[in-house]
Design a protein around this ligand. Structure first.
Ligand SMILES: *[C@@H]1O[C@H](CO)[C@@H](O)[C@H](O)[C@H]1NC(C)=O
Ligand SMILES: *[C@@H]1O[C@H](CO)[C@@H](O)[C@H](O)[C@H]1NC(C)=O
Ligand SMILES: *[C@@H]1O[C@H](CO)[C@@H](O)[C@H](O)[C@H]1NC(C)=O
Ligand SMILES: *[C@@H]1O[C@H](CO)[C@@H](O)[C@H](O)[C@H]1NC(C)=O
Ligand SMILES: *[C@@H]1O[C@H](CO)[C@@H](O)[C@H](O)[C@H]1NC(C)=O
Ligand SMILES: *[C@@H]1O[C@H](CO)[C@@H](O)[C@H](O)[C@H]1NC(C)=O
Ligand SMILES: *[C@@H]1O[C@H](CO)[C@@H](O)[C@H](O)[C@H]1NC(C)=O
Ligand SMILES: *[C@@H]1O[C@H](CO)[C@@H](O)[C@H](O)[C@H]1NC(C)=O
Ligand SMILES: *[C@@H]1O[C@H](CO)[C@@H](O)[C@H](O)[C@H]1NC(C)=O
Length: 722
């Protein structure tokens, strides 16, 4: 069977269009992700369900429209967030701050009116994912050392958590594994959790030989899945769909931890490219930014101001209605696809028109190149470098919405407009957040440290395009150079501590950047965005280093932890509560002292010189652990990307797949893949429904086909074909 299965791949390539590399890789994440909960292992229908009965449009709407001046949130979001604020979050504040006496506040004087807190986890591939994980562990009350330091507890009081690209995998991974501790999530718990296993080369799960049978099964199944879905009319895949919670983003509300209101409300950010524009450069600030919650895909940008019921995502709607009441789609919102959507920067990385990646040795045993090369030689179809979503907003907001006439919306990596930190949803006015925690693992400078670029971009978009709909960013250094010279990018910093108005005109931003160890040790956390695999030891050191920095704050002109940092973080988190009651409670002297040290005051900016002995250069703790892929991509990265932030996302996508895929037990996966292959009709290479399968929607005609152009002899690129 193996040999025939392998042959399916080239045949399929010849006969059918291939959606994007993005999609391909998104599938790595989704098709093979682990079931989070014990469910039946039932191989049934993986694709979204096409042509399901729509709700009755005379009584229900799948669209929520609002105006920029009068925004509304999804009622289920409001319900979740509000009811948590009164229960779990209230308890978490009390557990974290006690009676408030360490901060010299009387907590009961706040009458339970605590600030509303959100966390943002930006993109940046496995680096950002690991940074996010390490930082969260330092804010998690379930972690002993974090709790002892006083920082552990911030996670529990958070109402929202946003993720973008690499950051969306941390988010997704936490949710679909039922909100475990970071330690269990990343390293496994010896039971239901396998850990991230970043040491395995995810792109070639069976080892270096990309042409080995098992690796070919792996790629084959991915390609095959894409094709099966293409035939179903939507660019998507057939995938493993199990009973119960856990596969669809809209299943998140069924996850036990969510039911028990233990988790913040998750939101994923994706940008959009004006449909049909074929834009291959960075997006301008005016392009609509979307967010995906467990309840809807929406945009609070003034141009759109609408949301669609996520359960029915994938349905083409015009003026809010399906053209045919039996033509709705369900099951489009596969978790891997959502995360993949947030992480698809391919149009800014590769020049599809000129096949920039062509010319690599096809015998290079390098899976990325192998897949990309084949991909690029395949036919072009509907914009193949974006995540194509059927447009549910067609016909809406015809004066302002860029895609009001479009049949598809082209979603693309959330960082494509320069905003690598998923701040947008957290500044939406109607969410009224008081505190925004930035878990900043972006790689901006040449040493892969952040330099403020993401925050500057967001600040500028908020003050222009989003002025009517979003809160403003507090004062920050205006240029990357200023972020560097003030040192704020190298240590915990609070922005917006002293608003002029009551209530405050902007939220307080707690900024926790990936930075060199305060101890003066060599950093292991500023890894290249193209690092695709991490030896276990490196991941451990990575998380420990981040964790230590997160709980330590900084001591000016020294290399020791600040014993008061926990208190200072608590001061920042709770500060906005003072103004929620009348009369306003004055800031306590201990908190004022903290703010002297940690707040950014534009009038009296701090200096990097207060942070001595910080080593900027990455020191690989496991030099022999480098993979060929890393070496290859690393050495080509500037040529490939021209320095775009996009590199962050590219790797993000690859590694997103990794995190998800890793969690499947390998053998199980291979047998799954084999089953998939076995389904295919060897005579044509096309999938056919066979006895006992429910793959009901086989529409060869529904997909936009163009002339197949690929014709290279298959043997050439498979020199080691078994
Ligand atoms: C799969 O689902 C069908 C119908 O729901 C059920 O009859 C069958 O027993 C299931 N198979 C397995 C292996 O769980
Ligand atoms: C704002 O929108 C809500 C519905 O979302 C509506 O009930 C309310 O009347 C609107 N308020 C104004 C001032 O238009
Ligand atoms: C939360 O508590 C406030 C004040 O105690 C109350 O007004 C509000 O209705 C409560 N909200 C929910 C969703 O329980
Ligand atoms: C704290 O505030 C509450 C309510 O305002 C008050 O009853 C209590 O006596 C105060 N505790 C202290 C130690 O001041
Ligand atoms: C807390 O986090 C640190 C750093 O990641 C880790 O070494 C430690 O095991 C964690 N403790 C618990 C109880 O999870
Ligand atoms: C985008 O590309 C498509 C297909 O190549 C072409 O038909 C269309 O005219 C292009 N659009 C623009 C705005 O260039
Ligand atoms: C989506 O629509 C269905 C049908 O009207 C409804 O039952 C469901 O509650 C909606 N879900 C959300 C999240 O709005
Ligand atoms: C509506 O869609 C269903 C499913 O595709 C199809 O069978 C039916 O003919 C369509 N009806 C109309 C009026 O187009
Ligand atoms: C800051 O980062 C951006 C990319 O995010 C980069 O283009 C720029 O050169 C960096 N500037 C400095 C001064 O490091």
């Amino acid at each position: 069977m193996a040999a025939e299965s392998l042959n399916i791949i080239p045949r399929v390539y010849r006969s059918l269009p291939m959606p994007s590399v993005f999609l391909l890789l998104a599938l790595v994440g989704s098709a093979l992700s682990q079931d989070p909960l014990p469910t039946q292992d039932n191989v049934t229908d993986y694709a979204p369900f096409m042509n399901v009965e729509c709700p009755d449009f005379s009584t229900t709407s799948l669209i929520r429209e609002f105006s920029p001046q009068n925004q509304s949130l999804h009622p289920s979001e409001v319900q979740y967030v509000e009811s948590r604020l009164n229960t779990t979050v209230q308890d978490a504040w009390n557990t974290w701050l006690g009676d408030g006496s360490t901060l010299s506040y009387n907590l009961s004087a706040f009458q339970g009116r605590f600030p509303k807190v959100g966390l943002a986890i930006p993109g940046g591939g496995l680096r950002a994912a690991q940074y996010g994980a390490g930082c969260l562990s330092g804010l998690d009350a379930r972690n002993d050392s974090a709790k002892a330091a006083g920082t552990g507890g911030l996670l529990q009081v958070a109402s929202y958590m946003t993720g973008l690209s690499g950051g969306s995998w941390v988010t997704g991974s936490l949710f679909f594994n039922n909100w475990p501790t970071i330690k269990d999530l990343v390293f496994g718990n010896g039971g239901s959790l396998d850990g991230w296993k970043l040491d395995l080369p995810f792109i070639s799960p069976d080892g270096d030989d990309v042409f080995s049978t098992d690796n070919q099964y792996f790629y084959g199944s991915i390609l095959w899945s894409v094709i099966a879905k293409a035939q179903a009319g939507i660019i998507f895949s057939r995938m493993r769909r199990l009973h119960g919670a856990g596969q669809l983003w809209s299943d998140i509300p069924d996850i036990p931890a969510f039911q028990q209101q233990l988790t913040p409300f998750p939101l994923i950010v994706a940008d959009s490219r004006p449909s049909g524009s074929n834009l291959t450069t960075a997006l301008g600030p005016e392009s609509v930014v979307y967010e995906i919650s467990p309840f809807e895909i929406a945009s609070f940008d003034p141009q759109l101001s609408a949301g669609m019921n996520l359960t029915y995502a994938g349905t083409h709607l015009s003026n809010g209605k399906a053209e045919n009441g039996s033509a709705c789609v369900r099951g489009f919102d596969q978790a891997g696809f959502i995360m993949g959507t947030s992480a698809s920067l391919f149009n800014q990385i590769f020049d599809f028109a000129h096949n920039t990646l062509q010319g690599f040795s096809s015998s290079d045993s390098n899976t990325v190149i192998y897949i990309l090369q084949r991909q690029l030689r395949s036919v072009r179809t509907r914009a193949d470098d974006v995540a194509n979503w059927p447009n549910p907003f067609n016909g809406l907001k015809s004066d302002t919405y860029q895609d009001t006439k479009a049949t598809w919306i082209e979603l693309i990596d959330g960082a494509s407009n320069g905003e690598n930190i998923p701040y947008g949803p957290l500044f939406v006015r109607s969410r009224a957040l008081d505190v925004i925690v930035t878990i900043e693992g972006s790689a901006d400078d040449t040493n892969n440290w952040p330099n403020g670029t993401g925050a500057i971009q967001t600040s500028s978009r908020l003050s222009t395009i989003l002025r009517s709909t979003h809160q403003q960013f507090p004062p920050i250094p205006q240029t990357a150079g200023d972020w560097i010279s003030t040192g704020v990018r190298q240590r915990a910093t609070f922005f917006g501590c002293d608003p002029l108005q009551t209530p405050a005109e902007y939220p307080l931003v707690i900024y926790l950047p990936n930075a060199p160890p305060i101890t003066g040790d060599d950093p292991v956390t500023n890894t290249g965005t193209f690092d695709l695999s991490y030896p276990l030891k490196h991941t451990q050191l990575f998380l420990d280093q981040v964790h230590f920095n997160t709980i330590s704050g900084f001591t000016p002109n020294a290399n020791t932890p600040d014993p008061n940092f926990g208190v200072c973080l608590q001061c920042a988190a709770v500060d906005r509560a003072r103004a929620k009651i009348t009369p306003v409670v004055p800031r306590s002297s201990i908190c004022s002292q903290c703010f002297q040290q940690y707040c950014y005051d534009p009038q009296h900016p701090p200096s990097q010189s207060e942070l001595p002995n910080r080593k900027l250069t990455f020191k690989d703790p496991t030099p022999q652990g480098l993979t060929k892929v890393t070496g290859f991509l690393g050495s080509n990265k500037f040529r490939l990307l021209g320095g775009l932030i996009g590199l962050v996302v590219f790797i993000g996508l690859l590694s997103g797949g990794l995190i998800w895929w890793k969690k499947r037990r390998d053998k199980q996966m291979y047998s799954q893949v084999k089953i998939l292959h076995d389904d295919a009709d060897d005579a044509t290479g096309l999938w056919r429904p066979s006895q006992g399968q429910r793959y009901s929607d086989y529409h060869a005609e529904a997909y936009e086909l163009s002339e197949p152009k690929w014709e290279g002899p298959e043997k050439e690129s498979r020199p080691h074909s078994p």
